[in-house]
Design a protein around this ligand. Structure first.
Ligand code: CTP
Ligand code: CA
Length: 214
């Protein structure tokens, strides 16, 4: 057991982590989602717990293994996740929003199974709530750590999200790492400090938290 050697950087802090993909339903059995594995988020929840924090992990629809000492809550849609996050927000010191939340949902959810018709089908989609932006607007004592999933212009888009959502830190990653065991990230603070890390997600999770809290 090497846990005694880990400095408890997050002792006494309440940390809320979100992880994985949300699902936006078309009918009771069909949905729109993305390929996020939830591994970065669950690695961060585990690392925060080992660093002494009281951790709540809100997962999307992606099933994730339980983590010892971490309270886990399952949500499915972005709306479920928003409600779960808001339930905890006032009593949270640090929010790490690593979930890949759907940006759009079908405007209508069919109550019964949708039957096929001849010809093409168009689905009308509407925007979901940007949970992290909402947290940024309501921010009081909380530290907000967001993610940015990008395929190009990583730093530029990441900086824009950091500012627009009133974040303290943003972890920028390339979407090619979405379902991978490893990740390559740029961590940016609102004061302009930046760090770059790559490696297995569990190791990266510690590096990210150490950079922020040391
Ligand atoms: N996020 C959120 N609620 C949403 C969409 C995103 O809380 N409805 C959060 C994510 O969890 C992440 C951050 O916002 O921490 C950035 O998500 P990302 O998908 O990279 O950026 P968007 O702002 O959604 O913009 P776009 O997808 O167009 O790049
Ligand atoms: Ca998005």
């Amino acid at each position: 057991d090497n846990s005694l050697n880990i400095p408890k950087l997050l002792n006494g802090k309440k940390v809320l982590v979100t992880a994985g993909a949300t699902r936006e339903y078309i009918d009771p059995i069909r949905f729109i989602t993305n390929t996020s594995s939830g591994k970065m988020g669950s690695s961060l929840a585990s690392a925060a717990q080992q660093l002494g924090a009281e951790v709540t992990l809100i997962t999307g629809a992606t099933p994730l293994p339980p983590i010892e000492g971490v309270k886990m809550i399952t949500s499915h849609t972005s709306e479920d996740m928003k409600n779960a996050v808001l339930d905890y927000y006032d009593d949270t010191d640090v929010v790490i929003m690593s979930a890949a939340v759907g940006d759009y949902r079908p405007k209508v959810k069919h109550q019964g199974k949708m039957k096929k018709q001849d010809g093409n089908l168009s689905l009308e989609l509407e925007r979901t709530t940007d949970i992290l932006k909402l947290l940024g607007e309501k921010k009081k004592h909380q530290m907000l750590i967001g993610f940015a999933a990008e395929s190009d212009n990583l730093v530029q888009y990441g900086k824009e999200k950091l500012k627009k959502k009133n974040l303290d830190y943003i972890v920028i990653n390339d979407i090619s790492n979405f379902a991978s065991e490893t990740n390559s990230v740029i961590l940016l603070s609102k004061s302009g400090t930046s760090w770059e890390y790559d490696g297995p997600k569990p190791t990266l999770a510690f590096r990210i938290l150490e950079s922020i809290f040391e």
